[in-house]
Every structure is written in C-alpha cells, then in structure tokens.
Write a new protein. Structure first.
Length: 183
C-alpha cells in the first residue's frame, strides 16, 4: 500500500497561457504532503470519440489517457467554461474514459471539478456538466470538491483566498473515502 494519493488532472483549456492550466500547475506545486498531481497533456491529440476507432484497440493517445487515469487514485478536472458548458476537449476525454461501457478508467474514481473563467459565474455550468458527465461515466463525483471561481475582479493565481479554496478542494478530494456497503 502506498502513502501517496495520485490525482490525474484533466485541464479543459488547450491554450498555452491558460488560466486553468496555471491553476493546475499551482496545485501540483503546492499539493499537500502525500498528494501527487499528474497533469495530463495531449488531450488535443485524441480524436473525437468514435466507436469505430475504439473497436479492437484504441488510438495511441486515447489508450495513453486511459492508462494514466486508470493508474490514478483520483481525478480532478480543472476547466473554464465555453459557451455555458465544458470545453469539447474535456468532454471528448470523458467520452474516451467512459469506455468500455461499465469498465472505463473513470469507474469508481473519486472525481472533482474546479476552475476559473472570466465571467461573473466562474464556470459553474461547465463544472456541473463535467460532474454530471463524469458521474454517468461511472466516477464518484465528490460534491463538495467544486470551486467555480469568477476571474473578473480577482486573479485566482495570486489571490490568497482563492488559492486556499482551491487547495482545500484538492485536499478534500485526496482525503475522500467512498462509502462502502456492508455485504
């Protein structure tokens, strides 16, 4: 048994100077003791989900994504909001992670969603859609691990209160213990 909790991080923005990528990097660098974040890159290289492409063996980029998420103890999506929902690249990653149906890499994984976006709503719709999609894919959505931060009046990368909220969400995700049912 390991003392390290491994968290696979899916960043919903592909932009090089992405605010959410910066937040993910801050969390990686400031993670609590015993928590290790694996920022998964290359989501843009994964083709849109198509069952025909998934017949037999998945494309290399999709197979690599599945392997890294399967090897993690937790999954954290760090995402902005695009047009009132999650970015297509994040939705596509969840689609690939949901297969094979009932046995995908997300099944049984505690899952949280955080992020910031330059709107007054802070990405709450994207975060709700991401959580819903991950839950349908079999993840255990940790409800109190959602931070939807408006980036209108504060810089989430430097604001101490925002950083504390984000680190607290990461800690809660890492410490989450799924309920077990008695036989």
């Amino acid at each position: 048994m390991t003392d390290t909790t491994r968290v696979a991080v899916l960043v919903g923005s592909l932009r090089a100077d992405s605010l959410n990528r910066k937040l993910a990097e801050i969390l990686r660098d400031e993670a609590p003791a015993g928590v290790e974040l694996d920022l998964i890159s290359g989501l843009e290289q994964i083709p849109f989900y198509n069952e025909d492409l998934d017949a037999g063996s998945a494309p290399e980029a999709a197979a690599a994504l599945r392997e890294r998420v399967a090897g993690a103890d937790r999954v954290l999506a760090v995402t902005p909001e695009y047009n009132g929902t999650m970015p297509a690249v994040l939705n596509n990653a969840i689609d690939w992670l949901s297969r094979p149906y009932g046995a995908g890499a997300l099944v049984g994984k505690p899952f949280g969603v955080i992020g910031a976006t330059p709107t007054p709503y802070g990405g709450k719709w994207a975060h709700a859609d991401t959580a819903r999609s991950a839950g349908i894919a079999g993840a255990i959505v940790v409800e109190d691990v959602t931070v939807s931060q408006p980036a209108v009046e504060v810089d989430p990368t430097t604001d101490a209160e925002v950083r504390a909220k984000l680190l607290d969400a990461l800690t809660r995700l890492a410490e989450f213990a799924p309920a077990t049912s008695a036989a």
